[in-house]
Write a protein that binds this ligand. Structure first.
Ligand SMILES: Cc1cc2nc3c(=O)[nH]c(=O)nc-3n(C[C@H](O)[C@H](O)[C@H](O)COP(=O)(O)OP(=O)(O)OC[C@H]3O[C@@H](n4cnc5c(N)ncnc54)[C@H](O)[C@@H]3O)c2cc1C
Length: 338
């Protein structure tokens, strides 16, 4: 009997989350993940990985809350299990501080993280340039551990993995009945999406084991995130900038900005510097379509364009993508499902 053959393109946090959700939920299908790059060479690998989000303008807030909640609950369960160190997932407490009081004092995810509260004036004294703050416990998911952990889980569910660049969806129409596109910034070329653009981010890993709490400036450009082995400090948000090399000017600027928030960082040793391109889009594209490939209509499920929040909402959008895959399968002619 012929099994339905599904392919997931992309081995970042979105691709592997989606592949795991599909392979575990649909054991009768054959699922292959194809990707040009794998951990440690994806954008996801260098992300600070803190669960935190800004609003996408045109996605209903209820859907965004579901993406956040599904991801948070999934990672919280890992953080509270024996798998936490292997998966690189930990609870992380700290604060977000603002130079001006924001219009919206309670973000849409404030009741989805743990213990969200507005900071008291006394707590803000250590940040003389800032007038307002939010304290909460979130999760830090370090993709350099999480991606290999997800890959293992995918293989255990029967998934197959292949390293290859896909130049066009046409290439996949012979071998697969359904395509799931999680190619991030690669979607600009792969599916000709002109709405996808890079937002360059540079971060440093520093040795500062005395730091336990994260600090994020509300402008999103300066942050200090203690992790399992080192502290991630950043950053930059340079729209439309494709440069992948480290900019020494950015490094200096990051060190200065972070030391202003946390002076002890002047004593921290820089371990590494890294640049990644956030796969940005006005809204993430989590939808399905049917594409004519070599004379056949092939269902394609898209899941890309997560910008600066891909680690935060990967599991939630992966569950949405799984539902879209199920709908595509239900609509297939009976013969194709055998
Ligand atoms: C400095 C920085 C800090 C960040 N911090 C956070 C954070 O704290 N929290 C958070 O939630 N997010 C953060 N992000 C954002 C996060 O990294 C991204 O949203 C996330 O990595 C996107 O995942 P992805 O799987 O879509 O893309 P990627 O990780 O880029 O993966 C895309 C995959 O598709 C493959 N691919 C592309 N084109 C093709 C093709 N044609 N053929 C085959 N394979 C292809 C690539 O090889 C790759 O494997 C940060 C990003 C940066 C740069």
């Amino acid at each position: 009997m012929k099994r339905l053959r599904l392919v997931v393109v992309g081995a970042g946090v979105v691709g592997f989350s989606t592949a795991v959700c599909i392979a575990e939920a649909l054991p009768l299908c054959s699922v292959t993940l194809l990707s040009e790059k794998f951990s440690p060479d994806t954008t996801s690998d260098g992300a600070a990985g803190i669960l935190f989000a800004a609003e996408f303008p045109d996605v209903p807030l209820e859907r965004q809350r579901r993406w956040f909640k599904d991801s948070f609950d999934h990672l919280l369960a890992i953080a509270q299990s024996q798998h936490a160190p292997d998966a690189g997932v930990m609870l992380s407490s700290g604060c977000q501080i603002f130079k001006e009081v924001p219009a919206n004092k309670t973000p849409f995810w404030s009741d989805l993280v743990i213990g969200f509260r507005i900071m008291a004036d006394g707590e803000l004294k250590r940040f003389p340039d800032h007038k307002f703050g939010q304290a909460f416990t979130s999760i830090k998911c370090e993709c350099s551990s999480y991606l290999p952990w997800l890959e293992k889980r995918f293989r255990e569910a029967g998934g197959q993995v292949e390293q290859r660049k896909v130049n066009s969806l046409q290439e996949l129409s012979d071998g697969f009945d359904l395509i799931v596109n999680c190619s991030g910034l690669g979607s600009k070329e792969l599916v000709g999406d002109a709405g996808v653009y890079p937002v360059r981010g540079q971060v440093l890993q520093v040795e500062a084991p005395w730091l336990n709490h994260f600090i994020r400036d509300g402008d999103g450009k300066t942050y200090i995130y203690p992790g399992i082995h080192s502290v991630t400090i950043g950053g930059t948000r340079q729209e439309g900038d494709w440069r992948l090399h480290v900019d020494k000017g950015d490094t200096q600027n990051i060190l200065e900005r972070c030391a202003r928030l946390e002076p002890s960082l002047k004593k921290a040793k820089v371990l590494s510097e890294w640049v990644g391109l956030r796969p940005s889009r006005r809204n993430p594209r989590v939808e399905r379509e049917r594409v004519q490939l070599q004379g056949c209509m092939v269902p394609v499920v898209h899941n890309y364009g997560h910008g600066g929040w891909g680690v935060t909402i990967a599991w939630g959008t992966a569950l949405d993508a799984l539902e879209l895959v199920r709908k595509c399968i239900q609509e297939m002619p009976q013969k194709a499902k055998l």
